[in-house]
Design a protein around this ligand. Structure first.
Ligand code: KG4
Ligand code: ZN
Length: 338
């Protein structure tokens, strides 16, 4: 039989990405990150969609070339339909629709957050595929969820953030510290050099599995304001300890709910996904907990944690195999439920 190839496109935020998949194997995974946002301290939607327009054709071409195929070999095209920035999503959506029409191949709309989770089903070196059901802690710049994954298409959201996402908690505190955007990786790097118990920041006391991070941000802000009033170079002198303490607090907020979800469901297969899952402190803490609680841990390789199209390809693959294809009336949405 003829080999089947899926091209996947991701453009929900500030990375333009394309990947080619055959069966469950990734043949190419190309990402063009946008530098334009750094000087603004956050993603500027209008600039993001313009950069996607500039990047999408070269990124798709590289993905096809690296996979050793041409567009004529494609069997289907998957794309991120949401959630994300509407102007950014529209670039990938329009491109995918046009290509599907031009090549007369099926179009598959993919949910970005489901794709982060389904990256665990990719067949690749360094990827351990969990059996079902498993629990996934999805932590990104826009979302924070604990999801019970019963099958590639059956997701139950057990808990989610009521305000800021975990990635936002990193990025917003980094901004208070004068670090550049996105602040998560920089806090991660500095946290390794500091004392996680140097400062105590407030933690929410919420019932159930939901999260809240806005109180932490306020708590950091007040601590810094008070300290800087007494000692103007307080932040510079203590930056590593502040980063370590902030990171420690975020991790403990996450772990408290994840431990409860695992206890209550009896599920010991634990996965993490999303950009924040790159965090070294989080990975170390999870490994400790896994040892203590006999968890089987699934930590994705870095290339599949931050936004990428390989995850869109694998999510598209399962939808396609289950017969869930879209037609040309499909549109992108900034918000869609999991
Ligand atoms: O999943 P992602 O690439 O994009 C979204 O869909 O949001 O996640 C981006 C988020 C940003 O908030 C970034 O600061 C955070 O992931 N991030 C990290 C690390 N690497 C990326 N946060 C903490 N530690 C890291 N090493
Ligand atoms: Zn994402």
């Amino acid at each position: 039989p003829k080999k089947e190839y899926i091209l996947a496109i991701e453009s929900s935020c500030d990375d333009t990405a394309a990947a080619v998949l055959s069966e469950r194997r990734i043949l190419s995974n190309v990402v063009a990150s946008q530098k334009v946002h750094e000087e603004y301290g956050g993603v500027v939607p209008e600039l993001a969609s313009r950069a996607h327009q500039a990047h999408i054709v070269p990124v798709v071409n590289s993905a096809l070339t690296e996979a050793g195929i041409t567009a004529a070999d494609l069997s289907a095209i998957a794309f991120t339909a949401g959630p994300g920035l509407l102007g950014s999503l529209l670039v990938g959506t329009s491109f995918a629709k046009s290509l599907s029409l031009a090549l007369s191949i099926p179009l598959i709309d993919v949910h970005h957050m489901r794709a982060h989770v389904l990256a665990h089903l990719i067949e690749a070196e360094g990827v351990k595929n969990p059996e079902f059901p498993f629990l996934c802690l999805t932590v990104s710049g826009g979302h924070t969820q604990i999801v019970k994954v019963n099958s590639p298409s059956d997701f139950e959201v057990m808990g989610e953030t009521l305000d800021d996402a975990a990635g936002e908690a990193f990025d917003k505190t980094a901004k208070l510290l004068g670090l550049s955007y996105p602040g998560g990786p920089e806090i991660d790097r500095r946290a390794a050099l500091g004392n996680p118990n140097a400062f105590a920041f407030s933690r929410p006391s919420l019932e159930g599995y939901n999260f809240s991070f806005s109180g932490l941000k306020t708590s950091v802000l007040y601590t810094l304001q008070k300290a800087v009033a007494k000692e103007p170079d307080f932040i510079q002198k203590n930056i590593d300890d502040i980063c370590a303490s902030v990171q420690h607090t975020i991790i403990e907020i996450l772990m408290k709910k994840l431990v409860a979800a695992s206890k209550d469901t009896g599920i010991h297969r634990i996965a993490i996904a999303g950009g924040v899952s790159a965090n070294k402190g989080l990975r170390n803490r999870l490994s400790e907990l896994a040892e203590k609680r006999k968890w089987e841990l699934f930590l994705p390789p870095f290339e599949f944690t931050t936004d990428n199209a390989a995850m869109i390809a694998i999510a598209g693959y399962y939808k396609w195999k289950e017969g869930h294809v879209a037609d040309l009336s499909i549109s992108a949405s900034a918000r869609i439920n999991l």
